[in-house]
Write a protein that binds this ligand. Sequence first.
Ligand SMILES: Cc1cc2nc3c(=O)[nH]c(=O)nc-3n(C[C@H](O)[C@H](O)[C@H](O)COP(=O)(O)OP(=O)(O)OC[C@H]3O[C@@H](n4cnc5c(N)ncnc54)[C@H](O)[C@@H]3O)c2cc1C
Length: 292
Amino acid sequence: MKPPPFRYHAPRRLDELLQTIAAVGDGGKILAGGQSLVPMLNLRLARFDDLVDLGRVDELCGVQRHPDRLTVGAGTRDAAIETDPRVADAVPLLTLVTPYIGHFQIRNRGTVGGSIAHADPSAEYPAVARVLDATMTVASASGRRTIAAADFFTGFWSTSMEADEVLVSVDFPVWSGRSGFGVAEFARRHGDFAIAGAVAAVELDADAAIVRCALGLFGVSDIPVRLDAVERTLIGRSAASVDATALGDDALASVEDVTDDSQVPASYRARVAAAMMADAWTMALRNAEEER
Ligand SMILES: Cc1cc2nc3c(=O)[nH]c(=O)nc-3n(C[C@H](O)[C@H](O)[C@H](O)COP(=O)(O)OP(=O)(O)OC[C@H]3O[C@@H](n4cnc5c(N)ncnc54)[C@H](O)[C@@H]3O)c2cc1C
């Protein structure tokens, strides 16, 4: 199918992009990689009079390494994240999750900002943003503000951005020390959105005690889930004393209202998620233990 007719705008500067969005008002929509938006237009699930393409705005593309964080421009393609050694060094979890996003054709077009702004509860980048406490910088014609990941995802495909705001960049904290990261997810076919997935980050001290950890689930709720309460029970324990299977069960016990739909019953999704949490934790721990 073809999309309904629309006017196409392709600004080259961020200020021009913001002015265009303000000018077109409610009938307008930002177009990034188009990997979610265009299918929705083609299937006539959405209709907009004006599409404002951010793909030519250089200011929105690329990554910048700072001592304590990695700034990722919203227009940076998934494929660029997958292969950039600076990303692998600064925020390994971004590198680990990227191959799970669709197929390489999708990652060649899809953008980090598009994924996070679209806020699909089964998507990998929103989960990484939530678990690492990323900060989103958003802008409109009237100014800029930052939003913590904890306040950004508000529901299924919903965020706390206003309609005239553009996601400009995402700051991911850099973990130092003896840290490791893990991801595990289960989908029916490679490239499908996950039925459930988990991400984990852990930092160990010299005696292999847990000094910091962050755990998250995706695909199980309307938003990416952060498991703060479970994390608190792990701090100070020796890594060897943590039973990964029990950790997966604890993770699920703390999730209210696991998503239930006609394809995947909540009870099955919960069991998958618990197993994924156990696997992501085991991977993170192994990676941390290898860091000397
Ligand atoms: C077959 C298939 C499989 C897929 N599998 C996965 C998967 O396993 N995991 C996964 O995470 N994703 C998956 N995707 C989705 C893919 O990752 C999309 O690229 C992503 O969700 C949206 O990014 P985009 O750049 O294509 O954004 P677009 O499709 O262009 O936009 C998506 C939405 O975000 C808004 N938006 C985009 N950029 C901004 C911005 N900077 N500021 C404000 N709003 C913005 C748009 O207005 C639109 O509402 C899949 C897609 C397909 C077609």
